[in-house]
Design a protein around this ligand. Structure first.
Ligand code: PLP
Length: 503
């Protein structure tokens, strides 16, 4: 354990650290900040003594991250350099507005910072600044999407996105038969499209048929749980029948897109949104790319222009947001620079290779994988043939320090009892696990799921409550859980935590 508890002395004495955290000057007005006056200046105390309760929780969480196997497809470990931007002085500044047009004083360094981030964003995706613009201010992926709808389709505009139980995201207009769940289905009119329940593949033909009834203003090509490349050309074709915009929400795959290892949405789409903390491995933030220039040329030669730049920028600020999180924008800039290095391409290739290895390994053990494979960083394990469900599988795996999430499978009757598990490789690939390590991870998952069957068999009744009680209290089960957990944790601890080993 001692190897992952931060060394306090090193933290304070490391001068490179002080440079960043306190501008290289740990004194106030020439006096020592902590003992020069009659009162303690709270600003200079380390977290550990200033707030031991929060500090203790962070240490516990760090230990959890180190000992566990992180397989949540939307998570990753960002770099030390990105973490330094997040803990830097940039956190302190209000910067409402855009480069060259700020509403606050003292912003002289921020224009350069934000412009650098914008330039790197366009460069990382190989975009011509004449044809594409970018807004790097969205706080995260959800606000980025809301800003796009606000700007481009307007109140009660019609959107079509992949249904959440089929692998879409909440912000693609999610609602149920009983309730409009996402605000994107409250303020905009939403009609989902679905995957084929047999193949698990997006049913583009049904989307085309429904679009002819619904006449959408925007079709959203994006996913949170879908293991195949999206057919952006097909989305374009379907949208064009209705003069609709195509929004690609590449949140999950943005790192993979930047390195060219999955299908590229930019060729066919009008707008591309993303988070920056998933496969892109940056800080938690959002980003919006939008087209500029000629949208289409009519038969009589008239050119119709894109007029979405101003509405999108105005929707982000001042429409929906206030001050941009400049420390996060600095982190995005750092992550984008990293994403242009050859090492990052290797990382992304490994992410996909590792997902394929896990997929093969699980299939060879008789597991069913939705769509029969993967083109990306994730796989969807369908537990129905095993007569298990996602909630129970997730619980047992969590008990043995394997973290992933339950997910609906194509054709699931109820979203309340999802029958699958979503498994992603980005985070563990960042910890440098190789293909053979992922074979081992697949083996641990298999053992965890076999144990899940034993817990079901040992439960006094069919409810999830009884299942959880059995998992926590049945002595034979608890013993097996502990043995497996120790094996998993011993394995996981060999791999350093990117960005955190020094902290
Ligand atoms: C994760 C995700 C988002 C939202 O990101 P947050 O940063 O959690 O708001 C949006 N769209 C898709 C497809 C996602 O997977």
């Amino acid at each position: 354990m001692s190897d992952i508890i931060p060394e306090k002395r090193q933290r304070v004495e490391d001068s490179s650290k002080v440079d960043i955290m306190a501008g290289g000057e740990p004194h106030v007005n020439g006096k020592s900040a902590t003992n020069g006056g009659s009162h303690k200046w709270f600003g200079d105390e380390p977290l550990e003594s200033n707030d031991p309760e929060i500090h203790a929780l962070i240490i516990k969480e760090k230990i959890r991250q180190k000992r566990g196997l992180e397989l949540i497809a939307s998570e990753n470990f960002t770099s030390r350099a990105v973490l330094e931007t997040l803990g830097s002085c940039l956190q302190n500044k209000y910067c409402e507005g855009y480069p060259g047009q700020r509403y606050y004083g003292g912003t002289q360094y921020y224009d350069e910072l934000e412009r650098m981030c914008q330039r790197r964003a366009l460069e990382a995706y190989g975009l011509d600044p004449e044809k594409w613009g970018v807004n790097v201010q969205p706080y995260s992926g959800s606000p980025a999407n809301f800003a796009v709808y606000t700007a481009v389709v307007g109140p009660h505009g019609r959107i079509m996105g992949l249904d959440l139980p089929d692998g879409g995201h909440l912000t693609h207009g999610f609602m149920t038969s009983k309730k409009k769940i996402s605000a994107t289905s409250v303020f905009f009119e939403s009609m989902p499209y679905k995957v084929n329940p047999e193949t698990g593949l997006i049913d583009y033909d049904a989307l085309a048929v429904n679009a002819r009834l619904f006449h959408p203003n925007m079709i959203i090509a994006g996913m949170s749980c879908y293991s195949r490349n999206l057919d952006y050309a097909r989305f374009r074709q379907i949208a064009d029948e209705h003069g609709a915009y195509v929004l690609a929400d590449m949140a999950h795959v943005s790192g993979l897109v930047a390195t060219g290892v999955v299908a590229n949405p930019f060729e066919y789409c009008d707008i591309v949104t993303s988070t920056t903390h998933k496969t892109l491995r940056g800080p938690r933030a959002g980003i919006i790319f939008y087209r500029k220039g000629v949208r289409k040329t009519l038969k009589n030669g008239t050119q119709v222009m894109y007029e979405i730049e101003k509405p999108i920028n105005e929707a982000v600020f001042p429409g929906l947001q206030g001050g941009p999180h400049m420390h996060a924008i600095a982190g995005v800039a750092v992550a984008l620079k990293q994403a242009m290095q050859p090492e990052f391409k290797t990382y992304c290739q490994n992410v996909i290779e590792n997902a394929r290895v896990m997929c093969k390994s699980l299939m060879s053990r008789g597991y069913k994988i939705s769509t029969g494979g993967t083109d990306v960083h994730l796989i969807l394990l369908d537990l129905r043939p095993m007569e298990l469900d996602g909630a129970r599988g997730e619980k047992v795996l969590e008990a043995i320090s394997i973290v992933l999430n339950k997910n609906t499978c194509p054709g699931d009757k109820s979203a309340l009892k999802p029958s699958g598990l979503r498994i992603g490789t980005p985070a563990l690939t960042s910890r440098n696990l190789t293909a053979s390590d992922f074979e081992k991870v697949a083996d641990f998952i298999d053992k965890g799921l076999q144990l899940t069957k034993e817990v079901v068999a040992a439960s006094p009744g069919p409810t999830l409550k009884e299942f959880k009680e059995t998992l926590a209290t049945n002595p034979a089960i608890v013993a097996k859980v502990n043995t497996l957990k120790e094996e998993v944790e011993n394995f996981a601890q060999q791999f350093p935590l990117p960005g955190l080993e020094h902290m």
